[in-house]
Design a protein around this ligand. Structure first.
Ligand code: FAD
Length: 256
């Protein structure tokens, strides 16, 4: 078929004219239908206008409430530091005092805006309580600003539970492991599991750390992440080439 077309065009000008016209019509139809499909999906695509420019225009002429709103949201810009400080002091963004009744009542007063206080305040507010929080410095100005930000069960608390026969530490690790899983489930955008490698420089530490991490894995049970494992010296250096190599025996990897 393809080989026959040039021959036909060469011999019969009428045939070639018909073919050219059909091709032009076909291409035109194809372009038109693509354009309509594109317009249906995104009305801005063919205008050459950026979404922001179109939105600015839309702000000037508000649409009827029944109109289908497929326009992108405007870009959010955070308040300035000054505005945030004003709001923290209970004023408007611009710094004007808000009219609050002297005898305004709250259901809950939280003292301290660290991880604990802000967590409690947020939880209570989302349960519908009227919450006041007082902080003498700034949010997370205390211990919370020093946190490594690990959402962990606390493998070293487990070590403490064993050596000091402290059942309280044991329950703490158990609860923290449960919370670790809950946090991964409800806020996957804030937390992810990480491998943590402990370099080992003494032979006795290899079975010691291995047993401790396996006990930690077992305590997590079905809420565990990945299993801990030993690394040879060579593999540990491969993973972290800048590791101190002198006396290195191997490494242990566990997950939190
Ligand atoms: C180096 C380090 C690493 C850590 N790493 C981790 C980790 O990886 N994972 C983890 O889970 N935990 C970690 N922790 C522990 C964790 O940081 C703390 O348990 C947690 O931050 C405690 O929070 P908090 O709100 O109870 O206390 P704070 O953060 O100290 O908050 C108390 C707040 O109360 C305010 N305040 C105090 N008195 C008053 C008052 N009279 N009136 C008004 N305000 C007041 C203070 O200004 C402060 O802002 C780490 C701790 C340290 C030190």
């Amino acid at each position: 078929m393809w080989r026959r077309i040039p021959t036909l065009m060469h011999r019969r000008p009428v045939v070639s004219a018909t073919l050219a016209a059909s091709a032009a019509l076909g291409t035109g139809y194809l372009l038109y239908s693509q354009r309509e499909a594109l317009r249906a999906r995104n009305p801005f695509a063919l205008l050459g206008a950026t979404p922001r420019a179109v939105h600015a225009d839309a702000e000037a002429k508000p649409e009827s409430p029944n109109a289908v709103n497929d326009r992108p949201l405007p870009f959010w810009s955070p308040p300035s530091r000054r505005e945030m400080l004003n709001m923290l002091q209970g004023k408007t963004k611009e710094g004007q005092a808000l009219a609050r009744p002297e005898d305004e009542e709250f259901d809950l007063l939280v003292i301290g805006g660290g991880a604990t206080g802000t967590g409690v305040a947020l939880d209570a507010a989302t349960r519908g309580l009227r919450v006041a929080l007082v902080e003498r410095d700034d949010f997370s100005a205390g211990t919370s600003s020093r946190s490594t930000k690990l959402v962990h069960g606390g493998v070293r608390y487990l070590e403490k539970a064993v050596w000091e026969l402290d059942i309280g530490q044991y329950y703490l690790v158990k609860e923290a492991l449960h919370e670790r899983k809950t946090f991964l489930d409800i806020a996957p955008y804030l937390s992810q599991h990480l491998p943590i490698m402990i370099p080992v420089y003494k032979w006795w530490q290899l079975p010691y750390f291995w047993a401790g991490c396996k006990a930690y894995d077992m305590l997590a049970g079905s809420q565990g992440l990945e299993s801990s494992y030993l690394l040879t010296r060579g593999k540990a250096i491969d993973a972290f080439p800048m590791l101190k190599k002198d006396q290195l025996k191997g490494a242990l990897v566990y997950y939190d």
